[in-house]
Design a protein around this ligand. Structure first.
Ligand SMILES: C[S@@+](CC[C@H](N)C(=O)[O-])C[C@H]1O[C@@H](n2cnc3c(N)ncnc32)[C@H](O)[C@@H]1O
Length: 236
């Protein structure tokens, strides 16, 4: 997704609904803080975490998303660096670094993903943790000819389709959430390189980190063969 001004303006219109559970999970891991969020966006998680008394710094590549964060109450108090989180372009170390909502998969090559883990390791305190929340690529089982079209919502005045194409060799997906209504057609493109949890674990090991906990969701649901989401906690 390009996260340009149009996307940033619409971003908070759809509610994911996991904010409270995510913050409840993350807050105790932040120790005394500060914490660092990769792809902080409009502050969906960072702002409620700050409301729990934890200082949160952020990195984001989209000035438009960060402008919308700045417009929210308390949003101008956070230290946000515009840049690529694969580089972790901030000084200092953090007890908690986290990346949620599949944002890690916005790094489009395995090299960038490994580089990100290595830079995380260089910015974690001795007992710090790195949390990744992302989907398990179970959509692979729904593909026919390496693609699918899914009716996400059908109403009288609006239809929403999820259109996805997969490249097995690169583990890349091109996806668009397409809305059709009387006001016209709108597209929300997403390009990602997914990784299975086991590949994330290997990347962590390359960077000198190990899997400490893995859950099927923010409420510490067991991670099983039917989990569609995965919360992984890495530490030295
Ligand atoms: C799906 S949004 C998630 C925003 C926020 N974390 C949330 O949960 O609502 C992904 C965010 O990551 C940012 N992003 C994507 N790739 C990035 C990169 N390589 N470096 C920094 N930010 C990136 C986008 O600009 C966007 O704000």
């Amino acid at each position: 997704m390009s996260f340009d001004e149009r996307a940033a303006r619409a971003y908070d219109d759809s509610v994911r609904g996991d904010e409270s559970a995510a913050v409840t999970f993350l807050a105790p891991l932040a120790q005394a803080g500060p914490a660092l969020e990769f792809g902080i966006g409009t502050g969906r998680i960072a702002l409620p975490l700050t409301a729990r008394g934890i200082d949160v710094d952020g990195i984001d590549i989209s000035p438009a998303m960060v402008d919308h964060l700045r417009d929210k109450p308390g949003g101008d108090q956070l230290s946000v660096t515009i840049g690529d989180f694969a580089d972790v372009p901030v000084p200092g170390s953090y007890g908690l670094i986290y990346v949620v909502f599949n944002t890690f998969f916005n790094l489009l090559t395995q090299d960038d993903q490994v580089r990100c883990f290595e830079n995380v390791a260089a910015h974690l305190t001795e007992d710090g943790v790195f949390v990744i929340e992302a989907y398990v690529p179970a959509f692979l089982y729904r593909l026919r000819n390496d693609q699918y079209v899914d009716a996400e919502s059908i109403q009288v005045d609006e239809v929403r389709l999820d259109v996805l194409r997969h490249d097995m060799a690169t583990q890349m997906i091109d996806e668009s959430h397409v809305t059709l209504s009387a006001t016209g057609v709108s597209l929300n493109p997403v390009v990602q390189r997914y990784a299975w949890p086991s590949e994330l674990d290997l990347m962590a090991r390359i960077a000198g980190l190990n899997l400490k906990e893995r859950w099927g969701g923010w409420s510490r649901e067991p991670f099983t063969s039917t989990s569609s989401n995965c919360v992984s906690v890495y530490a030295r």
